[in-house]
Ligand binder design. Structure first.
Ligand SMILES: CC(C)(COP(=O)(O)OP(=O)(O)OC[C@H]1O[C@@H](n2cnc3c(N)ncnc32)[C@H](O)[C@@H]1OP(=O)(O)O)[C@@H](O)C(=O)NCCC(=O)NCCS
Length: 178
């Protein structure tokens, strides 16, 4: 999964104050509201980082937000926790992802997710974490993520995770996957 290429005319940019984030609509109000009122402020405070996919007219076709977090050792499935210390463990968090209603169903969600995971993998070479986790907003979002290798955390059906080992394998990184 190297070099994510977006269709011509679309470019990925770090969220800036002048992006028209209040116009973005993806069909889930919470996802729109995060972009319009929280994403930039949180980025300024170094709490999360948001990238937007901008079209030729400057409108936002999609976005994702990444952050860091922690999970307790006991939250992980036994297989994933094997050989990990029994304490809080660092994770990357895919906090938000959305594609504008008019652009949905054209593969952009898949490409944005691929890029978000790639960002995580690259960051993990400097600031290590044991898994990428995310909270699904609804069943539709859950089935979107389960297309990929995300698995449920025990007892938390809407919290999904992808181990760093699996992430490395997806990225073709043999050293990180072994
Ligand atoms: C979920 C979302 C990001 C998908 O974006 P998209 O650009 O429409 O998705 P894609 O066209 O890239 O589709 C990718 C794959 O997921 C599937 N898919 C797309 N939307 C789906 C959905 N809502 N439920 C289940 N599967 C879905 C597609 O069939 C496709 O499968 P394929 O690769 O086997 O063909 C988009 O529908 C969205 O923004 N929804 C509202 C916000 C949201 O739910 N965000 C996620 C939680 S924060």
């Amino acid at each position: 999964m190297n070099g994510i290429r977006f269709p011509n005319g679309l470019r990925l940019e770090q969220l800036r104050r002048d992006h028209p984030r209040r116009k973005f609509r993806c069909g889930v109000e919470e996802v729109d509201r995060w972009l319009s009122s929280k994403a930039f402020q949180n980025q300024k405070k170094h709490l999360s980082a948001t990238k937007v996919l901008v079209d030729e007219t400057g409108n936002i076709a999609g976005y994702y937000t990444l952050a860091t977090g922690q999970v307790d050792f006991s939250d992980l499935p036994a297989e994933a926790a094997k050989r990990l210390p029994r304490r809080s463990l660092p994770v990357a968090v895919l906090a938000w992802l959305g594609v504008s209603s008019e652009c949905q169903g054209r593969g952009l969600g898949r490409l944005l997710l691929a890029q978000a995971l790639r960002d995580c993998w690259q960051a993990g070479k400097t600031f290590a974490f044991v898994a990428v986790i995310l909270d699904c907003i609804n069943d539709k979002a859950k089935s979107f993520y389960q297309h990929w290798d995300f698995a449920e955390l025990p007892g938390r059906p809407y919290r999904l995770f992808l181990s760093s080992k699996r992430l490395a394998a997806m990225m073709g990184d043999d050293a990180g996957a072994s």
